[in-house]
Design a protein around this ligand. Structure first.
Ligand code: ZN
Ligand code: ZN
Length: 448
């Protein structure tokens, strides 16, 4: 595995280049072998500005992360036992701020939200600013595992693995403080509340409060039961969807169940709307585009012989392209209006405002990030998923990559999906996540 990038003397390459041109006709196979070894060194110098002997010693980072592995797991278990819901991550935020301060990292708390924490690690060397993000909130799920450190909070569980995100990023902070000589520029540690909220979310208030000001690159990791333990998975371009929640209200005219002709039946109108909007995915959207509409609730009526006045339907639309999304939303409005006009019902379509945008990984940064990760563990190119993430908002402010880290382990019984009450994590992957964060920070702060 390529663990050390020993930088060449750029001077040698520069001074040698005119002679190499003159010599090309006389070059033998031996000379080409020498050039073959010189060239990558020169390219590294062009890419990374820093003229140091060793840019990143991955073997040292690997040794260091083994030393702190127990501590990372201990932090994870402490957070797992004491999960906190979105916007209420007070104790988690305190643990984060205390740990960062003990490492000598500059800490700001209450960045946009009371529980948001930003740590800053500056170096004296000029370089890029790299932000690393971990979300901190748990879910309203009753934990059904029998782990010795299972949740002590009734009805609250870290079922999406955000406890591991916090622990891995704190592990990275420990690694980077210890190996600060490998860094240039600045590393920003973003500990974000309320990713699971799905509405406002924690990323936006943090960005509005300046957490991303001056950031050149941003990276985030999500633990994911879909992939085998220790496998990194990501892709260039769209990775996760934008979630458009909708609510359709049909105001009809109630009456007796035996005389529907004297009413405007909102249930009948709602069923026609439901059938028609399911046609959007099959008849209005390019079938090769990832897209889904789900109606997830319909509420109306009270009794078998009463036609009610109103009906309300709610659901979600997921898409990976802004064009597809706009087309779907516009068709939904047209369908609702047309059907309601025919039956004389008054209808309203409401879409949730300011939803999480599409998570779009920068192609060049992702390619580079995948190379870095491939020195740590196996890397797979993943298909997009139609879940949503407000890491997307950070990606609108700086180039970067969102990466999944697999935790599926059949032998340990870690086979349940994220958000399941039986979700569990193979903790041996946590050191890989810490290492990945640290290696990405070192590589990208040193980027020219
Ligand atoms: Zn989740
Ligand atoms: Zn999550």
């Amino acid at each position: 595995m390529a663990s050390q990038y020993v930088l060449p003397s750029v001077e040698i390459a520069r001074l040698a280049s005119p002679y190499i041109e003159l010599l090309i006709p006389k070059l033998t196979g031996k000379h080409f072998i020498i050039l073959y070894y010189l060239l990558p060194y020169s390219l590294i110098k062009l890419k990374y500005g820093r003229n140091i002997k060793v840019l990143m010693d991955l073997e040292k980072l690997r040794r260091d992360v083994i030393e702190i592995e127990d501590e990372i797991i201990k932090i994870r278990r402490q957070i797992h036992e004491n999960p906190e819901l979105s916007y209420k991550e007070y104790n988690t935020a305190k643990l984060v701020a205390d740990t960062l301060r003990n490492l000598g990292i500059e800490v700001k708390t209450g960045v946009g939200l009371p529980t948001a924490v930003v740590g800053t690690l500056k170096t004296p060397r000029p370089g890029k600013t790299v932000a690393l993000r971990a979300d901190m909130d748990a879910l309203p799920v009753e934990e059904m595992t029998d782990l010795p450190y299972k949740s002590k909070e009734k009805g609250v569980m870290h079922a999406c693995g955000h406890d591991t995100h916090v622990a891995m990023l704190l592990g990275a902070a420990m690694l980077l403080v210890k190996n600060v000589d490998m860094l240039s520029g600045e590393v920003r540690f973003l500990f974000q509340p309320a990713e699971e909220d799905g509405g406002l979310g924690g990323a936006k208030p943090m960005i509005d409060a300046g957490a991303m000001d001056g950031v050149d690159y941003v990276f985030g990791l999500h633990i994911f039961a879909k992939y085998p333990a220790g496998v990194f998975a990501t892709r260039k371009g769209p990775l996760m969807a934008t979630p458009d929640s909708f609510k359709i209200t049909v105001h009809g005219k109630g009456g007796h169940g035996s005389a529907p002709h004297e009413t405007i039946d909102p249930i009948h109108v709602s069923l026609l709307i439901a059938n028609a909007i399911y046609g959007i995915s099959s008849r209005q959207i390019d079938p090769v585009q990832p897209f889904v509409i789900s109606i997830t609730s319909i509420h109306s009526g009270t009794k078998d012989n009463i036609i009610p006045d109103n009906a309300v339907m709610e659901g979600t639309i997921r898409s990976l392209s802004e064009e597809v999304r706009k087309r779907a939303l516009s068709y939904m409005e047209k369908i609702v209006k047309s059907i309601c006009d025919i039956y004389g019902a008054e209808c309203k379509v409401e879409f949730m405002k300011d939803v999480y945008p599409i998570t779009i990984n920068d192609p060049e940064v992702t390619e580079e990030a995948m190379k870095v990760l491939s020195n740590i563990s196996k890397v797979e190119e993943t298909e997009p998923v139609l879940g949503a993430e407000d890491f997307s908002r950070f990606l609108q402010k700086a180039k970067g990559t969102y990466i999944f880290l697999g935790t599926r382990n059949e032998q340990m019984g870690c086979v349940y999906p994220n958000h399941s009450s039986r979700f569990c994590v193979d903790e041996s992957v946590l050191k890989l996540g810490a290492l990945a964060h640290a290696a990405l920070a070192i590589t990208f702060t040193n980027m020219k």
